[in-house]
Design a protein around this ligand. Structure first.
Ligand code: SF4
Length: 254
């Protein structure tokens, strides 16, 4: 479960207020003052909201109603997490709409950070071949995006606070693009969109749903470039995706 520091602070405040209320009630009881002793704990949500406003909800409201172009403008100017300090260019995503598949990676690498486009390095060229093998491309039925829009330094995994800040952008992007399917590339993407832990091996080979959109998990192209034994399972996944989308494959190229 992703939890931003704001949410944690709100939880701590809520629990503190509830504990204070319990102590006050016990104190009154110990003094024999039953006039203000209440049977039920009060709902402290409005007090929490007034002290620490729910920024996630506020942000969700801000993003609701944006068009894709407006969303891209917001993302390009975003400074919400620490990745803005080290990025060169924000990588919003690109592709063809209507999208038969929305491919979701974990975050931009060095090539993407320099170009401002997703999956343009060696791994990206390999991904383009995967898509071509099922007759899709960035100009034909495929849209490509990432969990975080700015490059984590040194290609490390994005951290949970970075994901928590950035995820609402992807959620809105998916709402606007309304892809027929989602293909998660790698563990970070799968864990985030499915909100569950597990090895990639245990998650691939079956269909899930992200909200109502059918979702498939496969390996990240970088991992497959490092470990060619993963080519066969990826090809199985691409065939599974093609079959779901009723794309007839003329040959079994990998
Ligand atoms: S990674 Fe996302 S939340 Fe962080 S600065 Fe970039 S666009 Fe904003």
């Amino acid at each position: 479960m992703i939890d931003s520091s704001d949410e944690k602070q709100r939880t701590v405040l809520r629990e503190t207020l509830e504990t204070l209320w319990t102590i006050e009630q016990d104190f009154r009881r110990s003094l024999g003052d039953f006039s203000a002793v209440r049977a039920k704990a009060p709902d402290v949500s409005s007090v929490v909201d007034s002290i620490l406003p729910d920024t996630t909800k506020q942000r969700q409201n801000e993003l609701d109603g944006t068009s894709l172009a407006q969303l891209e403008k917001l993302v390009t100017a975003c400074r919400l997490c620490k990745l803005e300090k080290t990025r060169h260019l924000v990588v919003f995503g690109e592709g063809n709409i209507p999208a038969r598949v929305m491919v979701v990676g974990e975050g931009p690498g060095a090539d993407e950070d320099a170009a401002g486009r997703p999956f343009v390095g060696k791994a990206g060229q390999y991904l383009d071949r995967w898509l071509a093998s099922i007759q899709l491309s960035r100009t034909n039925g495929a849209y490509i995006a990432n969990i975080v829009k700015c490059r984590p330094p040194g290609n490390r995994d994005p951290e949970s606070d970075e994901i928590a800040h950035c995820l609402p952008y992807l959620e809105r992007q998916i709402e606007l693009i309304r892809p027929e399917t989602i293909l998660c590339l790698g563990r970070v993407s799968a864990h985030t969109l499915l909100n569950r832990e597990g090895t990639l091996q245990s998650m691939r080979g079956q269909w899930f749903r992200y909200r109502s959109v059918p979702l498939l998990v496969t390996y990240h192209p970088s991992a497959v470039l490092r470990n060619p034994s993963l080519r066969a399972p990826v090809w199985e996944d691409m065939q599974r995706l093609a079959a779901f989308l009723h794309i007839e494959l003329p040959h079994k190229a990998r």
